[in-house]
Design a protein around this ligand. Structure first.
Ligand SMILES: Nc1ncnc2c1ncn2[C@@H]1O[C@H](COP(=O)(O)OP(=O)(O)OP(=O)(O)O)[C@@H](O)[C@H]1O
Length: 296
């Protein structure tokens, strides 16, 4: 019997997620004999549900929610030996993972993607004993994401993170950082370090246009000694997709990173506060098969 699980965070998308439940369940019913809908109540539920789907050998898991819920679902799937095909219906503010996979940000259109039955193999990142799909960040912008209020997100969307990040940049001083990677070691001072798996960070799809979802590599950006006037110069580079060429940016491609600092710093994992440094992260190449739009 073919089985699908639909995981929904009813609080996501400003509580609009439940209205899309019938359509998503109906589409899944067309391709599976049994469809189970699980609604999350609190943090950790999506991890548990996704893990349960693996252990019970479901064919498909579809997750409807913001990047938080998608990240949790991936954490439930990634550790297991048997992993169902995964689908996502983005309901959050930024939705970087959906952007990177060309999944429409309109929920109805994203549900229709499931009909194409086209899957793409996608890399997943592992940091210590957690998994992530988009980005690890250390530094001011990383910390600024915690200050964004739900009201700011409603009013400004992804731009809310950008504004808080800029404010944080102006106030901060650089920190010491050491990164060991596939071909050597970088040591210096930085304002921000981003380790991206996909092209989209904070809603900017021009961040790492060279990144492919299954290239087996992290795309590491180190923003070095970056005082106020330079911030304004970096914005055009970012928008043109040329960030890695900027003279204040160090760019490294690597399948793993070992990151440490002489200072007390924590790493931000897909937008949530994570472990303190040092950390080790590696790419799990083509670890999940994810539903993406089919060829037109
Ligand atoms: N029923 C629920 N009510 C409130 N919070 C929930 C519920 N279920 C899960 N959560 C928590 O909500 C967190 C945030 O959800 P998620 O990121 O999916 O949506 P969002 O807040 O709309 O997205 P974004 O942060 O992109 O705006 C989850 O990580 C989870 O801990």
């Amino acid at each position: 019997m073919t089985k699908a699980m639909l995981i929904i965070n009813p609080s996501s998308g400003k509580e609009k997620a439940p209205r899309y439940k019938p359509h998503a369940a109906e589409i899944l019913n067309r391709f599976h004999e049994k469809v189970v809908v699980r609604e999350t109540l609190r943090e950790g539920d999506a991890v548990r549900f996704a893990k349960e789907a693996c252990l019970n050998r479901y064919d498909t898991v579809v997750s409807m929610g913001g990047d938080g819920t998608i990240n949790e679902s991936i954490n439930g799937l990634a550790e297991q030996e048997y992993r169902p095909k995964f689908g996502l219906i983005p309901m959050g503010t930024v939705n970087d993972f959906a952007r990177a996979l060309n999944i429409p940000l309109n929920p109805e259109e994203a549900i229709n993607v499931l009909m194409s039955q086209t899957v793409q193999s996608v890399d997943i990142g592992k940091i210590n004993n957690r998994y992530f799909m988009n980005v690890l960040a250390v530094g001011a912008i990383a910390e600024a994401t915690y200050n964004v209020t739900p009201e700011q997100k409603t009013m400004l969307g992804p731009f809310a993170y950008f504004i808080e990040g800029l404010k944080a940049f102006i106030k901060k001083t650089p920190f010491q950082l050491t990164i060991e990677h596939d071909t050597g070691k970088w040591t210096g001072h930085a304002y921000l370090m981003l380790t991206a798996l996909t092209n989209s960070i904070g809603g900017f799809e021009t961040f790492a246009p060279q990144a492919r979802v299954n290239d087996g590599k992290f795309h590491v950006f180190i923003l070095k000694d970056f005082s106020f006037p330079h911030i304004l110069k970096i914005i055009p580079s970012l928008l043109k997709g040329e960030l890695k060429e900027h003279d204040q940016v160090e760019y490294i491609r690597s399948s793993h990173v070992e990151v440490s600092s002489s200072e007390e710093l924590a790493v931000n994992i897909d937008g949530d506060e994570g472990d303190r440094l040092p950390f080790h992260a590696s790419v799990l190449p083509s670890h999940l098969n994810i539903f993406v739009p089919g060829a037109e």
